[in-house]
Design a protein around this ligand. Structure first.
Ligand SMILES: *Cc1c(COP(=O)(O)O)cnc(C)c1O
Length: 396
């Protein structure tokens, strides 16, 4: 029987697994890293500044500070925002745990607010309702690559004297009302993990238009020193005063070489991701029991992932079985995200289920389909064939 699910012993749609994400590294990237390896500077060299200028350009921001991961970027941003013990930060639960963990690193308290039902990004009204006298910052995330309601968060923050930290790990190259992601909030964080639009292996950056915040970020990623090694060398100084407790969160020149080479191709990557996402969106209209989150017409979406929502009332199987069935067909379906406060660590901190019902019900229905720039049209067709096969089988 041609349609027997691979899960039940049938022939899978593909012979090999299609991952949900994969980097696009080619020969010119390899050459760029090799050239950096042969240079005088493996770290704290000239490629760091060059990469930061390129990131700032791509993000439409005045400053970019490169750091060793997207998580380090969040930690640096939360610290630069002045979050300390007991300070509350309002954020979405539908994110990678690092967004919330960064608040904990600084002794702050993550306060989760629910998502918009249509886009699944942080709901500005829900966020505003969670503000207390201890709130210091708002931390929206550009879920799946869709820029958050930046103007709304900005207005709330200005009225209440809060800082906005935008986690844009998913949305490099995205735009909101014609403005670039990276120029919208007080602080914006990016990740260059291999699953993201451009990669440095591990890596991240924070962008800001404020000189004071940029100076704090630079100190924070370099032990709290107020100068770096090359600046001291240029000034003939033998040591640098450590003025606060910082970290070694530096990004190496090898990584910046890769990042520069990748950034030059970012627009092409995003165009290809957008093309695939549009193809999926058109095809989904014909597949029963599934839809995708709304896309706000005022944004350019960063298309980091392609989440779909199952209509569980019309299926005889739950999300877990659908994901297992897709994986058996060799389609690397994934789930983004379990609400952050459902993790055992957060439960131990006292967070309880039921806090953000819309995020929780979305989580039960979310499946991430493969999406990355190097996917071929045949790969896209395989995903849709498998989705049709699996959902057709479980339809009721
Ligand atoms: C990837 C990601 C991070 C963390 O980035 P790393 O570079 O992996 O540390 C933070 N927030 C979100 C939303 C992410 O997707």
């Amino acid at each position: 029987m041609a349609d027997r699910l691979a899960l039940d012993g049938g022939t899978p749609v593909r012979a090999t697994l299609l991952p949900y994400s994969r980097q696009a590294v080619d020969e010119d990237d390899v050459q760029a890293v090799a050239a950096a390896l042969r240079s005088d500077w493996l770290t704290t060299g000239p490629l760091v500044g060059a990469f930061e200028r390129a990131v700032a350009g791509a993000a439409g921001a005045v400053h970019a500070v490169a750091v060793s991961s997207g998580t380090a970027a969040l930690h640096a941003a939360v610290s630069a925002a002045g979050i300390g013990p007991g300070d509350e930060v309002v954020l979405t639960p539908l994110t990678f745990v690092a967004s919330a963990n960064a608040v904990l690193y600084c002794g702050g308290v993550p306060v989760f607010a629910d998502v918009r039902p249509d886009t699944l990004t942080l709901d500005p009204d829900a966020a505003e309702a969670r503000i207390t006298g201890r709130t210091k910052a708002l931390l929206p995330v550009d879920f799946a690559g869709q820029p958050c309601d930046a103007d709304r968060f900005d207005a709330v923050a200005r009225a209440r004297g809060l800082t906005v930290i935008q986690d844009s790990a998913h949305s490099l190259g995205g735009e909101y009302r014609g403005r670039r992601v990276g120029s919208l909030a007080d602080l914006t964080t990016f990740s260059f993990h291999p699953a993201k639009l451009v990669t440095t292996g591990e890596g991240g950056a924070v962008t800001t238009n404020r000189d004071d915040l940029a100076a704090r970020l630079r100190r924070f990623r370099n032990h709290g020193f107020d100068t770096d090694f090359r600046e001291r060398q240029a000034r003939g100084e033998v040591y640098s005063p450590m003025v606060e407790l910082g970290f070694n969160y530096r990004l190496t020149d090898l990584q910046c070489a890769l990042g520069l080479s990748q950034l030059a191709k970012a627009e092409g990557f995003l165009k290809r991701r957008t093309q695939i996402a549009e193809h999926y969106r058109a095809a989904l209209a014909e597949i029963p029991a599934v839809s995708s989150p709304a896309v706000d017409p005022a944004v350019r979406h960063g298309w980091h992932i392609f989440p779909v929502l199952l209509d569980l009332e019309r299926l005889s199987a739950g999300r877990r079985t659908v994901v297992a069935a897709l994986r058996a067909e060799n389609i690397g379906a994934a789930v983004h995200y379990v609400p952050a406060y459902w993790h055992p660590y957060y439960e131990r901190l006292g967070y309880r289920r039921g806090l953000c019902p819309r995020a929780e019900s979305a989580f039960e229905r979310l499946v991430t389909l493969p999406l990355f720039a190097a996917m071929t049209d045949a790969d896209v067709d395989d995903v849709l064939t498998a989705l049709n096969k699996v959902l057709g089988y479980y339809a009721r």
